[in-house]
Design a protein around this ligand. Sequence first.
Ligand code: ADP
Ligand code: ADP
Length: 227
Amino acid sequence: KDSVVCRNVSKIWAAGTRRAHEALRDIDLDVSPGEFVVFLGPSGCGKSTLLYLIAGLEPATAGEIWSFRDRVDTPSPERSLIFQETSLFPWLNVWQNVTFGHAIRGVPEAERKAIAADALQRVGLAEAINKRPDELSGGMRQRVAVARALSMRPKVLLMDEPFAALDVQTRQKMQDFLLDVWRDSGASVLFVTHSIDEAVALSDRIVVFTARPGRIKTIVTNPLPRP
Ligand code: ADP
Ligand code: ADP
């Protein structure tokens, strides 16, 4: 069972209007469970759009997307999406942010705190459990976002330039951190970046897109061993 399958996926934003805009054409992609796949390509080639579709946040205009046995048509915590600038709720502390999804489902507080403690441990932020987002650095806030995603036990982690807003040193640390978390979680990761260096540092395979409309130009198996 593949973790994500795209078959002939196309996306036209605002289809049928004068502003119709073809973002993706005929995307075919198979991602294995536990695989780390990086999307690389020029700005505007549809990388974010494809993550949106796989997340179930937007319907494809044509084609089919599957995750394990399920047709993807709605969002699911099994496929968590993390953005460049994560929105944490400023009025909630770290553990409340991490388990916000559990709170909505009515999971009791004691249980939520335990879930948060476990997830924060995994991202190396156990000591920040009672802090507020504004007491954290940018890198720490992205770790909280990863903890929030992991607390849902996702099978697929979708990451849209998650480290692009961070300085070079923090970014390097976050890459190492992500590889640790990924190995530990067993999840597949689909990771968007502009950076060839980042793609090579992180990936099992690199999917290179053409400029608009986004099509897959080539898929490269990363020949370089990871640290
Ligand atoms: P990338 O992530 O590769 O930079 P995007 O997926 O963000 O590319 O965008 C692909 C194209 O689709 C761009 O031309 C962009 O303007 C357009 N687009 C992205 N999101 C939307 C949207 N919500 N509505 C209309 N057009 C969009
Ligand atoms: P990036 O290039 O970093 O992937 P963008 O700046 O293209 O992101 O897009 C940021 C947000 O704006 C996204 O939510 C995207 O869907 C939306 N967006 C991008 N282009 C358009 C557009 N032409 N019309 C409406 N929304 C858009």
